[in-house]
Design a protein around this ligand. Structure first.
Ligand code: DOR
Ligand code: ZN
Length: 417
C-alpha cells in the first residue's frame, strides 16, 4: 500500500490524515497508516486534483501550438489531473472513426487522465461517437468544427444526446446578434460579439433541449448565468473572471466569447460567489505568440489556461472570497459529477487524484512556470500558488513544477455513481 500523509480536504474540512492507496484507488483514510511507501507532507494541504472539462490540446492537426504531451504536462504542473479535450482538432471529431484514431494518437502520451468530446452534426453522428465522454456544439463559427446553423439541426442533435447518458456542452453565441464592426481592440470585439448574443443562444438551447443534459460553456455575464435552462450546468473561465476589455494585452486577449468590461466581470464574480456557477474550466486554447502578433482583427481567438486555473484562483480562497469548500466543488467535485467519473473527492473508493499545496508559497506567474508550448500566458505576473506535487491515481506525476512520470494518463470512463 502507498500512503500519503497531509492535511486532507475531507467532507468539507481539512484533517491531518494518512490516505492509503492501492492500484490507484483510495482504500483507507486513517489517522496513521503503515505502507510500503510513504509520502509525508506534514501540514501541507491535500486537495482533490482539478478536472478541466474544456481544453483544446490541438492534437492531431495543430501540434505546433500544443499536443497531448505538452498540454497534459502543463495540466499536471497546474494541479489538473483530468482534462476533457475539445473536438475542433484536425480532422474535426464528427464521427466514431475520427474519434478512435484521435484516441490512438493522443493516448500514447497523456500525462494526466483525459476524455474526448465528439462534435456530431446530427443525431446519427451522436450514435457513431459513442466512445466520446460527452458532446460539444458550436452555435457560432469556430475553426475546425461543424457549425449548427438552425433550430431544426440543433433540436435533432439534442434529441440524439437525450438518448445517451452524457451531456452536450454548448458554445452559446448566436451569430444573428453579432454586429459587423471593425475590431481593433478588446472593447470593439466585445461589442461585435455582445452579451446579447450569448443570452440569445442560451435561450434557444433552453427552448430546444428536450430531455438532453445541457452544459453551458464559458459564461461571460451574470445574464448568461441567469438565462441558463433549469437543471443545466455552466462553467466559467479564469480569464472571464480576471481579465476584461481594460486589460492591456491587445490581441492576446482576443477570445470567443469575448472578454467583457469591468462592470460585467464584477457581476459575473457575484454569481460565482453566490454559488450559481457550477465549475471552473480553462477553455485552454493556445496559439503561438507569432500567430497572436498580427493586427487585432486577423489574430486567432483563444488564450492558454490549463495550468493557471488553480494558481491564479487559489488566491481568492486565501483571501476568503471563495470558501475552500466552494472552490473544491468548482475545481473538482462538480466537474466529476458532470462527467459521472469516480474522481473529484478524497474518499475511500475514489481514484487517488490529488494535489499538494502549501498556501504560504506565493510566486509571480510566468509562462515558463506553466511549461507552455505556446510560450505565453495572459496572467503573466499574477500572484500565484502552484501545487508542489500532483498525483494521478496514486502516481506522482509532477513535483516542484517538473514532470516526473510520463504517460501516466488514461482515458476516463463514466461510472455508475
Ligand atoms: O476563443 C476561442 N478559441 N473560442 C473557441 O470557441 C475556440 C477556441 C480555439 O479552439 O482556439
Ligand atoms: Zn473552447
Amino acid at each position: 500500500m502507498l500512503v500519503i500523509e497531509g492535511r486532507a480536504y475531507l467532507e468539507g474540512q481539512l484533517e491531518s490524515v494518512a490516505l492509503g492507496i492501492e492500484d490507484g484507488t483510495i482504500v483507507a483514510i486513517k489517522k496513521t497508516l503503515r505502507g510500503d511507501e510513504t509520502y509525508r507532507f506534514g501540514d501541507a494541504i491535500l486537495l482533490p486534483g482539478g478536472i478541466d472539462v474544456h481544453v483544446h490540446f490541438r492534437e492531431p492537426g495543430k501540434t505546433h501550438k500544443e499536443d497531448f504531451a505538452s498540454g497534459t504536462e502543463s495540466a499536471a504542473v497546474g494541479g489538473v489531473t483530468t482534462v476533457v479535450d475539445m473536438p475542433n482538432t484536425r480532422p474535426p471529431v464528427t464521427k466514431g472513426d475520427v474519434l478512435r484514431e484521435k484516441l490512438r494518437v493522443v493516448s500514447r502520451h497523456a500525462n494526466v487522465d483525459f476524455g474526448l468530446y465528439g462534435a456530431p452534426a446530427s443525431a446519427a453522428d451522436v450514435k457513431s461517437l459513442a466512445d466520446a465522454i460527452a458532446y460539444k456544439v458550436y452555435l457560432a463559427e469556430t475553426t475546425d468544427a461543424p457549425l449548427i446553423r438552425d433550430d431544426a439541426a440543433l433540436a435533432d442533435l439534442l434529441a440524439g444526446v437525450a438518448s445517451t447518458k452524457t451531456y452536450m456542452s454548448v458554445h452559446a453565441e448566436d451569430p444573428s446578434r453579432f454586429q459587423s464592426l471593425p475590431a481593433k481592440k478588446l472593447e470593439d470585439y466585445h461589442r461585435a460579439r455582445p452579451p446579447e448574443a450569448e443570452r440569445s443562444a442560451i435561450e434557444t438551447v433552453g427552448r430546444l433541449r428536450g430531455e438532453a443534459r445541457v452544459h453551458i460553456a464559458h459564461v461571460t455575464t451574470a445574464e448568461a448565468v441567469k438565462a441558463r435552462p433549469a437543471g443545466a450546468t455552466c462553467e466559467v473561465t479564469p480569464h472571464h473572471l480576471l481579465l476584461s476589455t481594460a486589460s492591456p494585452i491587445g490581441a492576446r486577449g482576443k477570445v470567443n466569447p469575448p472578454l467583457r468590461p469591468i462592470a460585467e466581470r464584477e457581476n459575473l464574480w457575484r454569481e460565482v460567489v453566490a454559488g450559481s456557477v457550477d465549475m471552473f474550466a480553462s477553455d485552454h486554447a493556445p496559439h503561438t505568440l507569432d500567430e497572436k502578433s498580427v493586427p487585432f482583427d486577423e489574430a486567432p481567438a483563444g488564450v492558454p489556461g490549463v495550468a493557471t486555473t488553480f494558481p491564479v484562483l487559489f488566491r481568492y480562497v486565501r483571501r476568503d472570497v471563495l470558501p475552500l469548500p466552494q472552490f473544491v466543488a468548482m475545481f473538482s467535485e462538480n466537474p466529476a459529477k458532470l462527467l459521472r467519473v469516480n474522481k473529484g473527492t478524497l474518499a475511500v473508493g475514489r481514484d487517488a487524484d490529488l494535489i499538494v499545496v502549501d498556501p504560504r508559497r506565493i510566486e509571480k506567474m510566468t509562462a515558463r512556470r506553466c511549461r507552455y508550448k505556446c510560450g505565453w500566458t495572459p496572467f503573466e505576473g499574477a500572484e500565484s500558488t502552484f501545487p508542489f506535487a500532483t498525483f494521478v491515481r496514486g502516481q506522482l506525476v509532477s513535483q516542484e513544477g517538473e514532470l516526473v512520470t510520463e504517460s501516466a494518463g488514461r482515458l476516463i470512463t463514466p461510472s455508475e455513481l
